[in-house]
Design a binder for this molecule. Structure first.
Ligand code: ATP
Ligand code: MG
Length: 283
């Protein structure tokens, strides 16, 4: 779907993308992760043809990104970082307007709004929408024309946990149908839950690409902490996971059903992010 080789890009004279190479397969949910200012949105803009003066090669669905044909745009859906909705129009009017721009059939608007939990608010002006409602409507706009490739920037930003989970289910469902999804996020939980592969970008360079679980496994769990009963007292012990077989108390506690809880201190993708980018996640 996407093939990028030795990609470079400058804003005026400042290099922003410094020799990126990667590919994205059909049906993948591919995540771009990286600190603020790393070049993620620039890369996304370049891949949808907005920044044609680049170096190296970048092809999306077989077309070069510096000369995309009209047919390309009917197959791509983009949920931009910045708002792109008409505030004085209702949600339904917004989607009707954008649907009228496409030559290919679009989803039935009211059922799409219903799917995103916006049925009751379909006739409300977007100016009166909350942040999370706007976010869901922007997503509806991005998938309105049933595109084959979808770019999403922080898809669960501003959503409450229920709506965020629902949104993630919809995104997974689209990938199951064979759609390709490229998402940019600072939310490491979203990236872990959704992405088949993630690419870490810092300072315009690609540092590592792999499955989220592969990154986590490489770092490995180090210790096991268990809580157990000792007479009337509740005790806690931590042991190196690889030394567990040499902990004499552990089999005894198991056999006598004295362990009340245990957990491993598994690293998260946020730990991997800190390792790779050398920085902390933005709040
Ligand atoms: N239109 C522009 N003109 C000049 N410089 C720009 C422009 N847009 C972005 N930049 C610069 O390019 C660099 C990368 O910006 P970009 O928006 O791609 O970062 P990002 O990774 O998307 O960050 P964030 O996570 O905050 O969205 C930054 O140094 C930014 O200042
Ligand atoms: Mg950005």
């Amino acid at each position: 779907m996407i093939d990028v080789r030795s990609l470079t890009f400058k804003y005026q004279k400042t290099p922003v993308l410094k020799g990126l190479s990667f590919h994205v397969e059909k049906g993948e949910i591919f995540g771009f992760l990286g600190p603020s200012g790393a070049g993620k949105s620039t890369l996304q803009k370049l891949l949808i043809g907005l920044l044609p003066n680049y170096g190296g090669t970048a092809t999306v669905m077989g077309q070069h990104c510096d000369s995309l044909k009209r047919s390309f745009f009917t197959r791509v859906g983009v949920d931009f970082e910045v708002p792109t909705l008409y505030e004085n129009m209702t949600a339904r009017e917004n989607l009707q307007f954008f649907a009228s721009l496409y030559s290919r059939p679009c989803f039935e608007i009211d059922s799409l709004l219903d799917r995103l939990g916006l049925k009751q608010e379909a006739s409300m002006r977007v100016a009166a929408y909350s942040k999370g409602m706007k976010s869901r409507l922007s997503f509806a706009k991005a998938i309105l024309h049933n595109p084959d490739l979808i770019f999403l920037d922080e898809p669960t930003d501003g959503l409450d946990p229920t709506n965020a989970a629902h949104m993630k289910d919809i995104i997974k469902g689209l990938a199951t149908q064979g759609k390709t999804i490229v998402l940019t996020t600072h939310n490491m939980q979203d990236a872990t839950d959704l992405c088949s592969r993630v690419a870490f970008i810092t300072d315009g360079q690609l540092r590592a690409v792999d499955h989220p679980q592969a990154f986590i496994m490489k770092r490995g769990a180090k210790t096991l902490t268990y809580n157990y009963r000792d007479g009337e007292q509740l005790m806690r012990k931590s042991t190196d996971l690889h030394m567990l077989s040499q902990d004499p108390a552990f089999p005894y506690l198991i056999e006598n059903n004295l362990i009340t809880s245990m957990h491993t201190d598994e690293p998260t993708l946020a730990d991997v992010f800190t390792d790779i980018t050398g920085g902390r996640l933005e709040p």
